[in-house]
Design a protein around this ligand. Structure first.
Ligand SMILES: [Zn+2]
Length: 151
């Protein structure tokens, strides 16, 4: 059975309404609400990513925000809060492509859930991207290795 957009909207609402305590742990009741919607393994994997501070929020001075989640083999770009009626989030990982888009077996992958929760709880690693940083990161991609001319 394919998951309906209705269920996804419900999931979005539940995530938006989650409560957490002063140590930024989800309350017992909030965890229960998550368990009603998502499989345990997905919740645990998402919480683990947050614990290990693997969700980064990068923003530019002009207000562009992008999320990155460091996976075991690659960094995935996550988009949340999309104004698409069928999909409010998107992730570049293979699991999202397969279990969400192709087979509709999941509402979201662990990276999307981790990002949604990290944003809600305030546990993203925040990074400001300045013009200098952008210029440096672009020039580094095209720069020969440091020792190319010194030896
Ligand atoms: Zn993903």
């Amino acid at each position: 059975m394919l998951l309906s957009p209705k269920l996804l909207r419900l999931a979005d609402k539940v995530i938006d309404s989650l409560d957490f305590d002063s140590s930024q742990y989800l309350t017992e009741e909030s965890l229960q609400r998550l368990h009603d919607l998502f499989p345990d393994v997905l919740i645990l994997a998402a919480l683990d990513l947050i614990d290990q501070r693997k969700v980064t929020e990068s923003s530019t001075p002009w207000g562009f925000v992008e999320y990155e989640v460091l996976g075991s083999t690659a960094t995935h770009i996550v988009h949340i809060g999309l104004s698409n009626t069928l999909m409010s989030s998107y992730c570049t990982c293979p699991a999202f492509n397969f279990t969400v888009l192709e087979t509709g077996k999941s509402l979201m992958c662990k990276h999307v859930l981790a990002t949604r929760l990290a944003v809600r709880i305030g546990l993203c690693v925040k990074q400001q991207i300045s013009l200098d940083y952008l210029a440096t990161s672009i020039s580094q991609r095209y720069r020969p290795p440091d020792n190319a001319y010194t030896q």
